[in-house]
Design a protein. Structure first.
Lengths: 448, 448
């Protein structure tokens, strides 16, 4: 990613960079599967009607049209056609659609992970892409989803992030019931409007947010002050409960949110001490969340924005009277990998999977060399055979350029030798038994 | 895939089906990496100019436009704009573009595999999708690519297909130089035209192809007869060479093609006996191939079409005077997985990764249960913790419904027991040392 993408916002990796990305993806997959999440993928496209189902979307969407329609004309999107196809902009909305469509085939609560690309037609800037990979986990129930999943998902995601080659992170957690109940308790009834204003806190500052609350929502000085006081609470333990109570507001919904957030924070702090914070400023904009909300920043890289966000959504999916409430989080893989690469948090020990190059003494030995290679591969050793019987020096250079650690030689009498081209050490070896040291078997991801 | 896709041509899998797909993808990745291929991915979109670079495309392309352009209007594709973005329809054209753009950062010959989705706006039918996954391997050189790679790639792909839960396959190989040289040798100079007609052989039959050759290419009866005689040659060894010579045509290019095809067939037959055939009818339509061409059918499932195709392309990528010739093959993963599922060639032993469910005796024991689960996961055992302290019967039913083989119980004294819910056997167990039998650790792919 040192190079500029040839199409702005559509990054592409070199092979040695892709190895780091694969390491991240493999680590996430392993962690999610260890916690009993099943893999699914959804199609890349949804109908615009589906994407807009929860009201206006604040994401830029790419619509699709066939380049040549059936009459041979250039096709264009029919304005406002809900059956128009478009690329998905996240994995939550498609997942909700998948759950409703396949409810008869799934066991609820349904735990799934989903690692796929998503697309947004936004103006590209650092940390923002038009094509990027998300890694999501969600649990969805048929009817009622126990609150405990809100706690569990924080633990899973903290474990997943801890397993990646990243600096420390802060998982910032809030609860919309707490915030909405509090706003109601101080007499601000347009709670969605207050959330939208509070969401701008980090961008525009407290003074400007107070202005918005007063001008757009008719808040009094005192109301604005209280709303901002709530949003200023940040604790790395459950002491936020006392701080909220000290503001002297009573509301039933607020109490429910306080209790939920207390449970999440207590368990998460125990499991990932120092990485979790109750942050009562987190609002998550226009999203569909109804309770717990999560955001995550890398310590020292806060300007990168949230690398992992999500929350509880009780009303995203339904089928007639049936409700499918869920809770989930989404990791921004591309943003993380870009940062790992640009900051050299980790790099691959070589650019190719190959551990051994089987050299050719002459052109006629290619077929025998294939047999040596086959014997090595049978034990999981990645092996290439030279394509031409060039001078040995040239064949060794081929390996050296790629970081391939071993070159295999077979002489006219069929005697085998293997050379570690880093040390120059060369020893007799049997293709049926020789193994490289474990650290040379595969490209390693070396953490800085 | 037993269910109908809710959007025609865009299949989606259930979790237990996805496990079979993951097995196929993991097997391909392992095989490709064992042979020293590096993973890359390219962006999903290319400019229409790039997609059309090699002349007219016979694939239906999906163009992209932002749903709302900057003026808030519905955007539509500007007719004929070469900078219009569109979804890629294969992985070879994007790979060629990637090689040219990154030539300064790659080591040539460059071996890569690429497993990604591609999109085609075609009319969906059995075995044809609008969104599907391809798994490609290619080797590309800077300047000259030794012919031996044409041989090697046939071996790698035969090994990859053999490792999948599939019936026998036939890798059918031909060489365009052989065919073009032969046509030239009998006086048919529009060799591309002849190839296009021969390509229709399986669909319309020999009589109709002869008619086309005569009406569209002014072939004489004798020329049409000879062209069809060549296309009728099929041998499972190198005896095709004699059969071609028996047709009495001489041409230099034909000789080159004969020699190349002989080398590929000799090595491939040795490596994968019974799975390889020299088939002189293979033409590969409008594609960009210049030498070896490959196609693959599943024996007994020929109507599925080719499941793996490719060839040598000497002129797809260039940068000024620099040429990047390549050879590669593409496996149609979605088509294969759909067939594996519909014919039940293989299925997953359970639908979830989970091996153990840790049951809850009461609500207060959730935190301790998380510790048991953590100890099990540390040894690679996929573990879930019950979300609620339901009656044990209900918790066991949760496991049973999903095929989770073991349920873990902790009594008030902290004594641990694990129950195999299939046999009912229950034994004392230590969370720090207990292991399930290897066959229960992960969902297995059971081959029929």
């Amino acid at each position: 990613m040192a190079r500029n993408a040839s199409l702005s916002g559509f990054p592409e990796l070199l092979p040695e960079e892709r190895l780091v990305e694969q390491h991240v993806l493999d680590t996430l997959r392993r962690t999610f599967e260890l916690h009993g999440f099943s893999s699914i993928e959804t199609r890349a496209v949804e109908t615009v009607g589906q994407l807009l189902r929860k009201g206006e979307i604040d994401k830029e969407v790419y619509a699709l049209s066939r380049l040549q329609d059936d009459d041979g004309n250039t096709a264009s999107a029919a304005k406002g056609d809900p059956n128009q196809l478009a690329l998905h902009f996240d994995l939550t909305v498609p997942f909700a659609r998948y759950v409703v469509e396949n409810a008869g085939y799934l066991s609820f609560p349904f735990r799934r992970y989903q690692i796929q690309k998503v697309w947004r037609g936004e103006r590209p800037q650092e940390g923002r892409y038009r094509e990027f990979t998300q890694a999501d986990i969600d649990v969805v129930a048929d009817g009622v989803l126990p609150f405990r999943y809100d706690v569990e998902l924080a633990l899973v995601i903290a474990e997943a992030l801890s397993a990646l080659p990243l600096p420390a992170f802060k998982l910032r957690i809030n609860n919309r019931k707490l915030a909405e109940g509090f706003y109601r308790g101080i007499g601000l009834t347009d709670t969605a409007g207050v959330l939208r204003s509070i969401d701008k806190l980090e961008k525009i500052g407290a003074g400007a947010v107070a202005g918005l609350l007063k001008s757009e929502l008719d808040a009094s000085d005192e109301q604005a002050e209280k709303a901002l006081a709530l949003a200023s609470i940040r604790t790395e333990d459950t002491s936020f409960v006392e701080q909220v109570r000290a503001l002297g507001v009573t509301d039933e919904l607020m109490e429910e949110g306080l209790n939920e957030l207390e449970q999440v924070i207590a368990a998460a702090v125990k499991s990932a001490p120092g990485s979790v914070v109750a942050d009562l400023s987190i609002a998550r904009g226009l999203d569909y969340y109804t309770g717990t909300v999560y955001e995550t920043v890398l310590v020292g890289h806060e300007q990168l924005g949230s690398i992992c966000s999500g929350g509880r959504y009780d009303a995203l999916a339904s089928k007639g009277n049936r409700k499918f409430p869920g809770v989930g989080l989404s990791i921004g893989v591309t943003r993380l990998v870009a940062r790992i690469l640009s900051q050299e948090f980790a790099k691959a020990s070589r650019s190719v999977p190959t551990a051994v190059l089987v050299a050719l003494a002459d052109e006629d030995s290619w077929s025998e060399a294939q047999e040596v290679a086959g014997a090595l591969r049978a034990r999981g050793i990645s092996t290439e055979v030279a394509a031409k019987a060039d001078k040995f020096g040239k064949q060794i250079k081929y390996a050296d350029k790629r970081g391939i650690p071993y070159v295999w030689f077979t002489d006219d009498d069929g005697a085998h030798q293997v050379k570690d081209i880093r040390s120059g050490e060369q020893v007799a070896a049997d293709p049926g038994t020789w193994m490289p040291p474990a650290e040379d078997l595969k490209p390693a991801i070396v953490v800085a």
